[in-house]
Design a protein around this ligand. Structure first.
Ligand SMILES: [Zn+2]
Length: 208
């Protein structure tokens, strides 16, 4: 996978922050490009198992591919890592964890870019179905309702992570709490074209 989006200053800052984190033994779930994935491969034996905390027991165990939203091209979406307990010399716990490309939303076919365009249209005041019709995607339109519901359920966590312990800014243009929550994503620190990608990469948390 190549870097899917231009490296804006905001995204570069996040990537630098991420690279500094990955020099430690912490386990990162979302990676931003092929280079970082190679680094994760190289450092896997130095990484700490997120389940038992042991170092040196993690191994790769399978890949999952998915189609792009609007093309038949396959893309590596997920790599599974397990804490190896199959050998006597590897006292792993058997726990598993997945590594995701940061433009992959775990559990969804749609990529972060598509979801952000959808969210951007909601921010302009469109309802879910008209917003979905503005996308270039082969997905069923019923996804519009599912996505909006997922947004609604996730917004409390977004607010905590994006605002910290500060109250969220008022959104005078709309009384819709979801629109107010989505308006938190584009910020001065995060000026890339895909804030959902940045969110997953920065916080190492799935969007939903
Ligand atoms: Zn383990």
């Amino acid at each position: 996978m190549s870097t899917p989006y231009p490296l804006t200053p905001g995204l570069c800052a996040i990537i630098l922050w991420g690279c500094s984190m990955s020099t430690q033994n912490s386990f990162r779930i979302f990676y931003c490009n092929d280079t970082e994935l190679e680094q994760l491969h190289e450092r896997l034996k130095l990484a700490r198992c997120p389940h038992c905390g042991r170092v040196g027991t993690l191994i790769f165990n399978g890949k999952t591919y998915g189609y792009h939203d609007d093309s038949p091209l396959l893309q590596l979406r997920r790599q599974r890592v397990i804490c190896n307990q199959r050998k006597a010399c590897s006292p792993g716990c058997g726990g598993s964890q997945s590594l995701f490309a940061a433009d992959t939303v775990p559990g969804l076919q749609a990529l972060t870019k598509t979801l952000w365009i959808f969210a951007s249209l909601l921010l302009t005041g469109r309802q879910a179905y008209p917003a979905f019709r503005g996308l270039i995607t082969g997905l069923d339109i019923r996804a519009a309702h599912r996505w909006r519901e997922k947004f609604r359920l996730a917004q409390a966590r977004w607010r905590v992570l994006l605002c910290g312990h500060r109250p969220p800014p008022e959104s005078p243009e709309s009384s819709d709490p979801l629109v107010s929550s989505l308006s938190l994503f584009p910020s001065a620190r995060c000026d890339s074209s895909d804030p959902f990608f940045d969110y997953q990469y920065r916080f190492q948390r799935g969007l939903f």
